[in-house]
Design a binder for this molecule. Structure first.
Ligand SMILES: NC(=O)c1ccc[n+]([C@@H]2O[C@H](COP(=O)([O-])OP(=O)(O)OC[C@H]3O[C@@H](n4cnc5c(N)ncnc54)[C@H](OP(=O)(O)O)[C@@H]3O)[C@@H](O)[C@H]2O)c1
Length: 197
């Protein structure tokens, strides 16, 4: 299977790229990747990325920039980081990518438990996550040619200890649990699902 991973240089993306590369062709993409780059905040950049990739079977997105910080600094400008990044960036990956993905292909987007379990400093991510999850449910009944779409929604992951203080009482998701959440979406049959690893 040819799997595109957007956000491949990040914490999740690096782990998933290495895990899936044992069995599949992985196209690793982020803003600075050596061969093909994308800035998901730009529809033109997304279109250009797909033109370079050609046909593919699955897209995983683990790129989802949001504003993280004190509530007093969350205003119209900082809020746009999540709107144009995690929300519209991922939505445009699907709206544009549906014209390039193979029949019966799949899109797997990244959200997070913050959609339903808010924590201080993360209101922008809570909003973007919830928007993406609504889009996943809506898109699942519209996409044609057997194309599926799901989101993976973990709480804080074990490889991000810098976030542990912001998630009191949360048991971190292991990287294996995260991997199997993505496996369920990419290799299973479900669509329109929010997968909580
Ligand atoms: N880490 C956690 O505990 C956790 C838990 C739940 C949910 N999440 C969510 O999961 C996602 C990934 O988390 P992570 O910890 O793996 O993040 P990360 O380590 O910061 O990695 C982010 C990746 O996205 C790329 N990226 C950032 N902005 C981009 C843009 N505009 N266009 C294209 N690529 C872009 C980055 O590469 P470049 O900067 O080089 O482009 C990098 O490859 C985030 O949305 C986060 O909210 C994280």
């Amino acid at each position: 299977m040819k799997i595109v991973i957007v956000g491949a240089s990040g914490t999740m993306g690096t782990y998933l790229s290495n895990a899936f590369a044992k069995e599949h062709e992985i196209v690793r993409i982020d803003r600075k990747s050596p061969e093909i780059q994308v800035d998901i905040t730009s529809p033109a950049s997304i279109e250009n990325m797909y033109k370079q990739i050609g046909a593919f079977d699955a897209l995983i997105c683990t790129a989802g920039p949001t504003y993280v910080g004190p509530w007093k600094n969350l205003h119209a400008d900082t809020f746009r980081i999540g709107v144009e990044g995690k929300m519209m960036g991922q939505i445009n990956l699907v709206l544009i990518g549906q014209n390039y993905i193979n029949p019966k292909g799949s899109f797997t987007l990244i959200t997070g438990a913050l959609a339903h379990e808010p924590q201080k400093n993360f209101a922008n991510a809570s909003a973007a996550n919830a928007a993406v999850e609504g889009f996943v449910r809506g898109a699942a009944i519209e996409l044609e040619h057997g194309i599926r779409i799901n989101a993976v929604s973990p709480t804080v992951i074990e490889a991000s200890p810098q976030y542990f203080p912001f998630f009191p009482g949360e048991i971190p998701v292991t990287m294996k649990q995260l991997e199997f959440g993505f496996r369920k979406s990419v290799f299973g049959a479900s669509t329109g699902q929010i997968i909580k690893p």
